[in-house]
Design a protein around this ligand. Structure first.
Ligand code: DGT
Ligand code: CA
Ligand code: CA
Ligand code: ZN
Length: 578
């Protein structure tokens, strides 16, 4: 069935297209408002649209009602398709560029005949964009930068965006009768935040057959190559997938080799050489190699005098040295260790599910508690709550919790850090909450020093429990703002502020490269999905993988503690928390 999300997105796109056509602003606004209403409606609006029961909902007039009904029942909307057909398909690429809204695209389209990103790039390079009223040299440079960002990332994918797809394909390979073992190696297995391609590996006695059948998987759009032991395909979304087929005996060696990283493998090979062994993707060779068997990856590490190195750590950032010592490798956190999570949204701000729906989803995942942290008033585009609505939500949460076992809610808020580092709510308001996530949602262009000061000032507030998405980055779309992360970590340690690992699939912020340092300074991590709908909670597993990549253990992560321990933690004065 058509989801609430899709309904709203299509209404938004219609508004954009109408704006591009220069239509009546009231009409445009009606679609935008319709999208907002659909996103924020308390009931199951998709089902209501399908059943033709949208009568009487404020913000959805009769014209919109009919369109939503058509969309919800058929999955398509003629009006929308006709509208799209009026523009060249390449024009829609412009919508993905950071900082280009419909108004600017319209000006570029009407006045310079820009129909594609290639056109736009050319128009920037010969200075025509700077000459347009309302643009200028600065905005021309910004557009070029946005195109450059997109080009740099054109062939990369975010880990979280391919996880489900990768899992489906792996399941299909595993169910192939000729396949005894299958894994995904490469950057995917190491949990890199973005990746270039997926590296499938299978153990089989019929490599050519398995390669051929791999190219016939339903996800495959085109075949790049198909041979006796290797195949490469491209999926509908552009992602390349490689397959290597090896024997059962070779499998652990191939898995180790193709998991990488290259740097980790180089370090391992030099260790092997010191033992008179040569290590490659098929096994050990050299004098005495016959005596060295390995049934699994652990056996390979063991033969080299190492403890097993979890794939997430294989970046040659000290893990090989750590694995050769007695106590060097950390015992990494696991998904089963999580007891709850803090940063989540509901329909009260920009989420698409109610408090009850979110709580139910958390319960289904076996969580003991769920933190509700809707936006604060300054985030008006996200329908942030003012003091009155917040107080009502706190009451609602209290009555939800009354006498309840199972999943309980914590009443929090995601409070905007204003430009000067003060917070969007007064201390008296924050005091009434169980906790506060403080985040930057505005004034991204401050210089590094000012931004660092701003964030540190917010962390000095005794009511700020944790810092949300530290850099504001959106993977492959927007670099984080300028901020001195090392200083922020120091300040978190001093002020006993928890730092969030925001595991919304487009964020993964703070980056894995910084967690070890934070951990060593005693900073606690909170793995938070920033869920805007029930399914968003599933990103917790992604968060755990990134935490592992950052060398984090169970004890480094706040939300591995149970409900009672969290209550005690939050009740303690901030400077005594540990
Ligand atoms: P990606 O695909 O760019 O996100 O990153 P990876 O790490 O998945 O790289 P990929 O797909 O080119 O190769 C998979 C693994 O195979 C890589 O992590 C290590 C191994 N590998 C590939 N080429 C070489 C090589 O020339 N030398 C060594 N030692 N290992 C290699
Ligand atoms: Ca790869
Ligand atoms: Ca590859
Ligand atoms: Zn946020």
């Amino acid at each position: 069935m058509t989801t609430r999300e899709t309904l709203a997105d299509i209404l938004d796109e219609i508004a954009l297209l109408l704006e591009l056509k220069g239509e009546n602003p009231f009409k445009i606004r009606a679609y935008r408002q319709g999208a907002e209403t659909v996103r924020g409606h308390d009931g199951d609006i998709a089902a209501m649209a399908a059943a033709g029961e949208l009568e009487g909902i404020k913000g959805i007039g009769s014209a919109l009602r009919d369109k939503l009904h058509e969309l919800a029942t058929t999955g398509k909307l003629k009006f929308h398709e006709n509208l799209r057909a009026e523009f060249p398909e390449t024009l829609f690429g412009l919508f993905d560029l950071q900082g280009l809204g419909a108004k600017k695209i319209k000006a570029l389209h009407d006045q310079l005949g820009v129909d594609s990103i290639a056109d736009l790039k050319a128009a920037c390079e010969d200075g025509r964009v700077a000459g347009l009223p309302g643009f200028g040299g600065k905005s021309q440079a910004k557009i070029l930068e946005a195109i450059d960002q997109r080009d740099r990332h054109a062939d990369r994918f975010a880990l979280g965006a391919v996880t489900a797809l990768a899992g489906e394909m792996l399941d299909e390979l595993r169910s192939h009768p000729g396949v005894s073992r299958a894994e995904i190696a490469g950057s995917f297995r190491r949990a890199r935040e973005t990746l270039h391609d997926l590296d499938f590996l299978v153990a089989t006695r019929e490599p050519a057959l398995v390669c051929r059948d791999f190219t016939k998987l339903p996800q495959v759009e085109s075949v790049i190559a198909c041979g006796g032991t290797k195949a490469s395909v491209r999926l509908g979304n552009g992602l390349q997938c490689d397959l290597r087929a090896v024997s059962n005996a070779q499998f652990p060696f191939a898995l180790q080799y193709f998991t990488g990283s290259k740097e980790h493998n180089v370090a391992l090979r030099s260790l092997a050489l010191k033992r008179g062994l040569s290590l490659n993707e098929y096994g050990f060779t050299g004098d005495g190699a016959e005596d060295v068997a390995a049934e699994d990856e652990a056996g390979i590490y063991e033969a080299l005098g190492l403890r097993f190195v979890p794939p997430e750590l294989r970046e040659n950032l000290g893990e090989v040295e750590a694995a050769s010592g007695e106590s060097g490798l950390p015992r990494l956190i696991e998904l089963e260790n999580l007891r709850g999570t803090f940063h989540n949204h509901t329909t009260a701000s920009d989420g698409t599910a109610t408090l009850e729906e979110m709580a139910e989803a958390a319960m289904d995942l076996g969580l003991q508690y769920l933190g509700i942290a809707d936006h604060s008033k300054s985030s008006f585009q996200a329908r942030g709550l003012d003091e009155t609505r917040l107080a009502a939500q706190v009451d609602e949460i209290a009555s939800f919790n009354a006498g309840r076992e199972g999943c309980r809610l914590f009443a929090g808020a995601e409070v905007d850090i204003l430009k000067d580092g003060t917070l969007d709510f007064d201390n008296g308001v924050m005091e009434k909450l169980d906790y506060v996530v403080a985040s930057v949602h505005s004034a991204f262009t401050l210089d590094e020093e000012a931004m660092t000061r701003r964030i540190c000032r917010a962390m000095e507030n005794p009511h700020v429990t944790m810092l949300g998405h530290l850099t504001g980055r959106l993977l492959l779309r927007r670099d984080g703002y300028a901020v001195d992360i090392a200083k922020v970590i120091d300040c978190a340690a001093e002020t006993r502020t928890v730092i969030e690992l925001n595991c919304s699939s487009m964020r993964l912020d703070m980056d894995w490269r910084w967690w070890r340092r934070a951990r060593d300074k005693g900073v606690l991590c909170a793995i938070n999905p920033d869920a805007h709908r029930p399914e968003g909670l599933h990103n917790l597993s992604l968060g755990v993988r990134v935490a592992r990549k950052g060398w984090l253990r169970r004890e480094d992560v706040l939300n591995t503690r149970d409900h009672a321990a969290i209550k005690a933690f939050l009740a303690m004065p901030k400077d005594q928390r540990e």
